[in-house]
Design a protein around this ligand. Sequence first.
Ligand code: ADP
Ligand code: MG
Length: 502
Amino acid sequence: RLMKATSKAAHESRKPGDDATLAPEDAARFLSCYCSGHCPEDHENNTCKTNGQCFAIIEEDENGEAILTSGCMKYEGSRFQCKDSPRAQPRRTIECCQTDFCNQDLQPTLPPPIDPGSYFDSAHWLAFLISMTVCCCTLICITVVCYYRYKWQTERQRYHRDLEQDEAFIPVGESLKDLINQSQSSGSGSGLPLLVQRTIAKQIQMVRQIGKGRYGEVWLGRWRGEKVAVKVFFTREEASWFRETEIYQTVLMRHENILGFIAADIKGTGAFTQLFLITDYHENGSLYDYLKFTTLDTQGLLRLAYSAACGLCHLHTEIYGTQGKPAIAHRDLKSKNILMKKNGTCCIADLGLAVKFNSDTNEVDVPISTRVGTRRYMAPEVLDESLNKNHFQAYIMADIYSYGLVIWEMARRCVTGGIVEDYQLPYYEMVPSDPSFEDMLEAVCVKGLRPTVSNRWNSDECLRAMLKLMSECWAHNPASRLTILRVKKTLAKMVESQDIKI
Ligand code: ADP
Ligand code: MG
């Protein structure tokens, strides 16, 4: 029965050397091989039988000695193997042949020991090359970047040192007023030359702090005996410094009702940057400080309201021509940003948020700073965010609303018939002390509230006129508000009728 089994079955069940079970036709196809070290249990005379090949193998044992053995290698379908990796460990070499006892003559030799230098085959070698190239390139890039950064930093430091070392010669006895007047008549009309500004800034001695805003501290300083105000911006407020400096240096900006600019300076770099803005010093401080402790008569009220209107009018007005001035909207008008001059008039300060408009280019130049105006003074369209940011006139009309609130603050402090109100901020009784956006929106837009007015205002001609004026400034609809030119003309008439000297 066994002899009748299919040759395939015989293949699967037989091991080389099982010659007892071989069919005669199969036995003819089997090879006899010499075996040593790989002999089957029932071998005879170191002979084995296989359907595959005879082999001889030389292997390195644990002591590093070469041992030669041989035997039969079965043919098992596609799994017939007679090859070896030259990199196998421990080292070995196998050789096969296909005639009876042919493996007796085989003399395989051990592969040479592995040379660490030849460890990489081509794939490894390629990967190695790529990673080395990437590493080298990265290293070169880092070195180049570091080098240029270092060079840039040293250049920058040298530039700053040079600038700091450079000084303009300002003759002794020359006052700030002289210097500014000279530059007005000879220069571009946009302020002192830069080097003169830096020289003045460097020569200033700081005396004491006189004010603090949201964007910096204001100090009283002294330049060759003259008092000046030095606004020191917080480092993070560079955009505010930049805009304020830029606006003050706009051609034809100088006006008696706009804070007089003297110089701007920047010292140091990075986290140690110090930003200075040097202006005229006004010992009476802001309009807010002044109104708190001082009352006005009607003449004083008109002078003050008129001078503020003149300042705002100059700011708002575009002057045409090659040496023209753009129209400027303040965007943070309030009593704390108006300074009191000694002669009872005032000037507009804090231009860090101003926007410029040039009708030639039709461009609205909004500053890049994240600063926003003061919530208490924000017009309804700013609060309900309906203001069209691309429409310059919208900013102008929002300024008029704030101006209306400022003259309300002034009018409360005007004594008529022996009566005067205490100083208060607009909406003081309607919103909390540091009102949120929502508080203001609720009061101004939703409830439509406006600062309250004392009865006495209606019984005084001047205050009645002022009330009319302020109401027309703080109208809900921006288009219904007066222009600053109209306000100025109305006040000018009132001033004239009262025979007040401005
Ligand atoms: P901020 O941009 O931080 O609001 P401001 O320019 O409004 O700074 O100044 C803050 C305060 O400092 C003002 O409200 C005022 O009291 C005082 N101050 C500013 N400039 C002057 C000046 N030139 N003379 C006198 N006081 C000033
Ligand atoms: Mg301010």
